[in-house]
Design a protein around this ligand. Structure first.
Ligand SMILES: [Zn+2]
Length: 104
């Protein structure tokens, strides 16, 4: 298991969990209900954390999270490697797997 994201806002963490689940990545939120303990623990140890079950999905999850948090990613984009038109929701080319550069 790998932790892929942590934030003070449980709503945001929950949203990102739904993004990953939408891409069939098995994940769960840790510390979701620990907020009542704040004050006894260092603050950032109480933050909700998003974890993926499969280590090999950590990188993809990170890409999806970065994409979900980036502003203005709604439009389609053209892969710099193979020229494929990809949907704006994806941070990777579905055809060749190249990373979206943001310079399309
Ligand atoms: Zn491509």
């Amino acid at each position: 298991m790998k932790r892929v994201y942590s934030a003070a806002d449980p709503v945001l963490v929950g949203y990102l969990k739904s993004v990953l689940e939408g891409h069939r990545i098995a994940c769960f939120v840790k510390n979701e209900f620990l907020r009542g303990a704040a004050g006894e623990l260092p603050v950032n140890e109480c933050w909700p954390e998003l974890w993926v079950l499969e280590d090999r999905e950590e990188w993809l999850a990170g890409e999806l999270i970065a994409d979900a948090l980036a502003p203005g990613t709604g439009g389609d984009w053209t892969c710099a490697e193979c020229g494929e038109i990809c949907e704006g929701a994806f941070g990777l080319c579905w055809r060749c797997g190249a990373l979206r550069t943001g310079r399309e």
